[in-house]
Design a protein around this ligand. Structure first.
Ligand code: AMP
Length: 271
């Protein structure tokens, strides 16, 4: 495995990868969720490139950029064990006064975009840079960050980029908690509270199986389960992120965001 720390090193190593490339962009502190994306990329491509870059542009001024977990050595070891071909770990990918990508208002003004102004502009800009650098055939994203996945697929399509955006299932702990680098912030008590996110989604799924299709009833049930946490939103949308009043199989995503102590957590379920 080659570890490239500068853009020159990346370009040099990239030139030697002749064949289909699967790319997994991450912010590091790698966990089983990231590894499941890498594993899938490994199966579907000749080469796998992973990036580890805590992207300053996607953090708000009052967010956790400084304390976001950084575990460089462990990340390198995990990528090596996963047989990654090229690991890109740049210090910085930005210049001065550069053009940036703006998320469309329809995506930037709702849910994560509403609560984290500018967040998706930062995400789209860094992913655009990474896709141009890595030039992959396929890029892998987790369904856990559903709104991000949706906006990236929209960007790739809008800019006629010949890259397949692959949506990967959410990896969970055996107790249901969706894996996230931010789980490292949680105390034992908060971890227990955080379980309510996945619990509320599993309960919602049971209600839907019993033919409850009214979004309002499902949202109410979820909010009840989430009560020990501070809820940012519970929302039921279609695949284009428009709120829907009734749940339709194959067309619905239930999204939740809540805080356990100071830690913001998101989870969702695709119906
Ligand atoms: P991050 O390092 O948090 O920016 O995540 C990098 C990629 O891993 C994104 O595409 C995430 O959606 C994905 N990811 C994060 N957590 C999980 C998980 N629990 N299961 C599957 N994919 C995940």
């Amino acid at each position: 495995m080659i570890v490239a720390r500068t853009i020159d090193e990346l370009n040099a190593a990239r030139r030697d990868l002749i064949g289909e490339i699967g790319f997994v962009p991450t912010m590091g502190a790698l966990h089983v969720g990231h590894l499941s994306l890498i594993e899938r990329a490994k199966k579907e491509n000749g080469f796998v490139v992973v990036s580890v870059y805590v992207n300053p542009a996607q953090f708000g001024a009052d967010e956790d950029f400084e304390r976001y977990p950084r575990r460089e050595e462990t990340d390198i070891a995990l990528c090596r064990a996963a047989k990654v071909d090229l690991l890109f770990m740049p210090k910085n990918v930005y210049g001065k006064d550069e053009p940036t990508i703006s998320a469309p208002p329809i995506g930037a003004s709702i849910l994560e975009g509403e609560i984290r102004p500018g967040h998706f502009d930062g995400v789209l800009t860094v992913i655009m840079k990474m896709l141009h650098l890595i030039k992959p055939k396929r890029v892998y994203f987790g369904k856990k960050d559903a709104q991000q996945l949706w906006l990236i697929a929209k960007m790739v399509s809008a800019f006629f980029m010949e890259i397949e955006v692959v949506a990967c299932e959410t990896a969970r702990e055996s107790n249901g908690l969706a894996l996230s680098s931010r789980n490292a912030y949680l105390s034992e008590g908060e971890k227990n509270d955080a379980l309510k996110l996945s619990q509320s989604l599993f309960e919602a799924s049971k209600l839907i199986k019993k033919n409850e299709i009214k979004s309002s009833a499902i949202i109410e049930a979820i909010a009840k389960t989430l009560a020990p946490l501070t809820i940012d939103y519970v929302s039921i949308v279609d695949r284009e992120f428009k709120p829907i009043k009734t749940i339709k199989k194959g067309e619905t995503i239930i999204l939740i965001a809540a805080r356990a102590g100071a830690t913001r957590l998101i989870d969702n379920m695709w119906i």
